[in-house]
Design a protein around this ligand. Sequence first.
Ligand code: SAM
Length: 258
Amino acid sequence: MLSYQHIYHAGNLADVHKHGLLAWMLEYLTRKDKPLTYIETHGGRAIYDLTDAAARKTGEAAQGIEKTRHWFGTEHPFTLVLRQVAASDGADSYPGSPLIAASLLRPTDSIHLAELHPQEHAALTLAMSPYPAKIHLRDGFDMAHGLTPPTPRRGMMLIDPSYEIKDDYLTIPRHIAKFTRAWNVGIIALWYPILTNKAHLPMLDAMMADHPQAMRHEVRFPPARPGHGMVGSGMFVINPPYGLDVEAGKLSQKFNTL
Ligand code: SAM
């Protein structure tokens, strides 16, 4: 039974980290004319109303995107998407990663999104209806195993689990090892929380042993509430695009000002 709903956390500091880097990578990939594939294992609902009671209840967006949008320059691809979504859906709307991808990618690119929660899947399907994306109501890892290696072969995968199942920390390195064997040219980006109980660390150790050339980028921030266990956000990127380290360094400097 899935209980996680991203509306409580949409636009928080972890989203700012993840979505800023995601938008940069997607824009980088589209600099070449060649079509590409975008695979996302855990899609969420793609558009979030930050005035929703759930979003207000945690106040995470108020500490996140509402305080940090100026970090990204006017021409940054994340800013372009934020501006586009504000124009189409209102100033209090926040784009999830599927919408960031669909906004930055081109009609020739292939988009595959999985979402297992029926209500989130229905909302995702509605939000993505203007775009030629394939939406799968199934386990995201199963979907991604079925698609790799994808056609077109260029492209990226975002893995953004809710880590509700504690086994995720054990099974994710195995899934990723299989993805990279099947798709050695794909950019594979895994988001993970930085937790005070350090539950993420064995997973990271396994990932770094398997993929020593990958980029690991982490930012720290104050917990959303006193005693809350998440104190930072991490992105582990296999086959990172050229320049991602520089972009990540700029973001680190911004997070250091919090
Ligand atoms: N990637 C989204 C974004 O950045 O906008 C947020 C995704 S949220 C962290 C995780 C989502 O994964 C939730 O909507 C949850 O319902 C869904 N989910 C949980 N387990 C899943 C699974 N095994 N396969 C696909 N989706 C799953």
